[in-house]
Design a protein around this ligand. Structure first.
Ligand code: SGN
Ligand code: CA
Length: 512
C-alpha cells in the first residue's frame, strides 16, 4: 500500500469514526425536567418584566433559554391543568374537568410512552389528581394540596410519611435524591410539582418579613367596578370582600387559619412564626383601619406573604438548576419552568385564578435547551400547557398520537416555524369555591370571546390591543359585530374539533 492510499484510508476511518461518535452523542435521548409551581403569577417573575421581586433562579432559565410570553392554560385550575399537561388534551377529552374529579391515570399519558422508549420517569411533590400516579417509575407526592410545614408525602407503597421541614425544600430534596439514585445510563423525565405559591401563603421561616419595607403599587384596575361584566361582579375572590384576615392574612386574634396549617408546626417553628405575625397583628390593631385603608392594607400583606413564598420557590429552582449543571446534565436536558396557571395579584381587585382573563389564563413558561434554543430568546407565539406532552414525545423520537390536541413546540425552539396555532381554546367548568361562573371561549392574537353559562348566560368580547386589562366588554358594540361573528365561528370550529360536548350543546342552543 503506498503512502497516499494509507492516508486516504486513515482519513476515511476518521470521518466514519467522527460520524459514529456524533451519532452516539445525538442518539442519546434528551432528558426532560419540568418544574410545575402552583399559582405562580408571571407578574412576579423578573424574566416577564415583573418588578415586584428579583427571581434570579427562574431568570437564569430565561437567560439561558426562551421565555414564552404567551403561554396559556386550557382550564385555569390546579388538577385540570396537570391533567392537560400529562395528556396533551383539553379537559373535555381527558375527563378531569374540575378539582372535584379524580384523574383516570390509566389513560394515555406522555410519560408512559417515554417509558416505552427507555426513559425513567418520576413525579415528586404536588400532584393533586387524587388517583395513584401511573406511567412513573418513581413518585412521592403530597397528600392533596399539601401543607407548607412538615407536610405528608404519599410513598409508592401507599404509606404516608410526614417529613419535617418546609415543603419547597423537601420537594427539591426528593427530586435530587431521585436524580442521584437513577440509572445514569438511561434518559429520564422528572416532574417537580411545587406547592408554592398556593394559598394560604405561609413563607419559609427564613423568608418571613422579606418584603416588609416594600410598598407595592396598586394595579391600575384594582378598584374595578365590573361594569358590563356580570361574572366578574359575582366572583368571591376579592381582596376587599373575600380575603380573610385570620385565614389569609394571619391576624392571630381572629385566627381561623389554625387548623392543620398551624398545628403542624413544631415548637421552634411555631415560636418564630407566631412572633412574626403577632408583630403584624399589633401594628394592624394600632392602625384601626377601615374602608379603603383596610383594603389596601390587606393588599400589601397579601403581596408580602405571597412573594415571600416565591422567594423559596425561586431559590429551589436555582438549586435544581445547580444540580443539573454540576452533574453534567446541562447540555442534553430540556428544562421547563411553568405554573399550573397564572394568578391575580390585585388586578380587578382579586386574588385566585379561574377566569379566562389574561392574568390567570396565561401561565409563566420558560424553557432551556442548550444547543437548540438560543440563550435569551423571547417567543410571542400562543402556546399552551397541552403542548408539553407532544413536545416531550417529539423530543424522545416518538410519533405524536393524533388524539393529542397540543402541538409540539420544537419547531419554535429551532425558529423553524412562526406559530403553532392561530387561536387558543379555553373551558373552565367548576362552579364552587370563589363563585366563578363556568365559561368557555376563544382567544386570538388580538381578540377574546367568552361565553358564560350555568350561573348566567352571558357573552363577553375584548379587544386586547385597545383594552389589555379587559375592562370594556364590547359584545354589544356595533363596530365589533363583524369581529364577534368571526370569533363565534372560530369558537364553534374549536368546540367541534376538540369534541367538547358541554360547550357544543350550549352553542347549538344559542340563537345567534
Ligand atoms: C383551595 C383554596 C382556593 C383555591 C383552590 C384551588 N382554598 O381550595 O383558594 O382556589 O384550592 O386551587 S384554601 O382555603 O384551601 O386555601 S388549586 O390551585 O388547587 O386549583
Ligand atoms: Ca394552582
Amino acid at each position: 500500500m503506498n503512502k497516499s492510499i494509507i492516508s486516504l484510508f486513515a482519513a476515511v476511518c476518521m470521518v466514519f469514526g467522527q460520524a459514529n461518535a456524533q451519532k452516539k452523542v445525538t442518539s442519546k435521548k434528551p432528558n426532560i425536567v419540568i418544574i410545575i409551581s402552583d399559582d405562580h403569577a408571571f407578574q412576579a417573575i423578573g424574566a416577564y418584566g415583573g418588578k415586584l421581586m428579583p427571581t434570579p433562579g427562574i431568570d437564569r432559565i430565561a437567560n439561558e433559554g426562551m421565555v414564552m410570553q404567551n403561554a396559556f392554560v386550557s382550564n385555569s385550575i390546579c388538577g385540570p391543568s396537570r391533567a392537560c399537561i400529562l395528556t396533551g388534551k383539553h379537559s373535555a377529552a381527558n375527563g378531569f374537568k374540575d378539582n372535584l374529579s379524580k384523574f383516570d391515570a390509566s389513560q394515555d399519558v406522555f410519560v408512559r410512552r417515554l417509558q416505552g422508549v427507555g426513559y425513567q420517569t418520576a413525579w415528586v411533590g404536588k400532584w393533586h389528581l387524587e388517583s395513584t400516579p401511573q406511567g412513573f417509575d418513581f413518585w412521592n407526592i403530597l397528600v392533596g394540596q399539601g401543607y407548607y410545614y412538615n407536610p405528608d408525602f404519599i410513598q409508592m407503597d401507599g404509606s404516608v410519611k410526614r417529613m419535617e421541614g418546609y415543603v419547597t425544600d423537601l420537594t427539591t430534596d426528593i427530586a435530587e435524591g431521585w436524580l442521584e439514585k437513577r440509572d445514569k445510563d438511561k434518559p429520564f423525565c422528572l416532574v417537580v410539582g411545587q406547592k408554592a405559591t398556593h394559598r394560604v401563603w405561609m413563607p419559609d421561616l427564613q423568608d418571613l418579613g422579606k418584603f416588609d419595607k416594600e410598598n407595592f403599587a396598586l394595579p391600575t384596575n384594582f378598584y374595578d367596578n365590573y361594569e358590563d361584566r356580570y361574572a366578574a361582579a359575582m366572583q368571591d375572590m376579592n381582596i376587599e370582600k373575600s380575603m380573610r384576615l385570620g385565614y389569609d392574612l394571619k391576624i392571630m386574634q381572629g385566627l381561623d387559619m389554625g387548623r392543620e396549617n398551624l398545628t403542624r408546626l413544631n415548637a421552634n417553628q411555631k415560636k418564630t412564626y407566631t412572633d412574626y405575625y403577632k408583630g403584624i397583628e399589633k401594628e394592624f390593631i394600632s392602625k384601626n383601619l377601615s374602608g379603603k385603608a383596610l383594603t389596601e392594607w390587606k393588599y400589601q400583606r397579601y403581596m408580602k406573604d405571597y412573594l415571600s413564598t416565591a422567594v423559596s420557590l425561586d431559590r429551589n429552582v436555582g438549586r435544581l438548576m445547580d444540580y443539573l449543571d454540576e452533574n453534567g446534565l446541562k447540555e442534553n436536558t430540556l428544562v421547563i419552568y411553568m405554573s399550573d396557571q397564572g394568578f391575580y395579584l390585585g388586578e380587578h381587585g382579586w386574588f385566585d385564578k379561574r377566569f379566562m382573563y389574561e392574568e390567570s389564563f396565561k401561565t409563566p413558561m420558560i424553557i432551556r435547551y442548550p444547543g437548540v434554543i438560543k440563550p435569551g430568546t423571547v417567543n410571542k407565539d400562543m402556546v399552551m400547557n397541552i403542548d408539553i406532552a407532544p413536545t416531550a414525545l417529539e423530543l424522545a423520537g416518538i410519533k405524536i398520537p393524533k388524539e393529542i390536541h397540543g402541538q409540539s413546540m420544537l419547531p419554535l425552539f429551532q425558529n423553524k416555524k412562526k406559530q403553532v396555532r392561530d387561536a387558543v381554546y379555553y373551558h373552565y367548568f367548576e362552579f364552587g369555591e370563589h363563585n366563578v361562573i363556568p365559561h368557555f371561549g376563544v382567544r386570538t392574537e388580538r381578540y377574546k370571546l367568552i361565553r358564560f353559562y350555568k350561573g348566567a348566560d352571558k357573552w363577553e368580547l375584548y379587544d386586547l390591543q385597545t383594552d389589555p386589562r379587559e375592562m370594556r366588554n364590547l359584545i354589544y358594540d356595533p363596530s365589533y359585530a363583524g369581529i364577534r361573528k368571526e370569533l363565534r365561528t372560530r369558537l364553534t370550529e374549536l368546540v367541534t374539533a376538540y369534541k367538547d360536548g358541554d360547550a357544543a350543546q350550549i352553542l347549538s342552543a344559542d340563537k345567534e
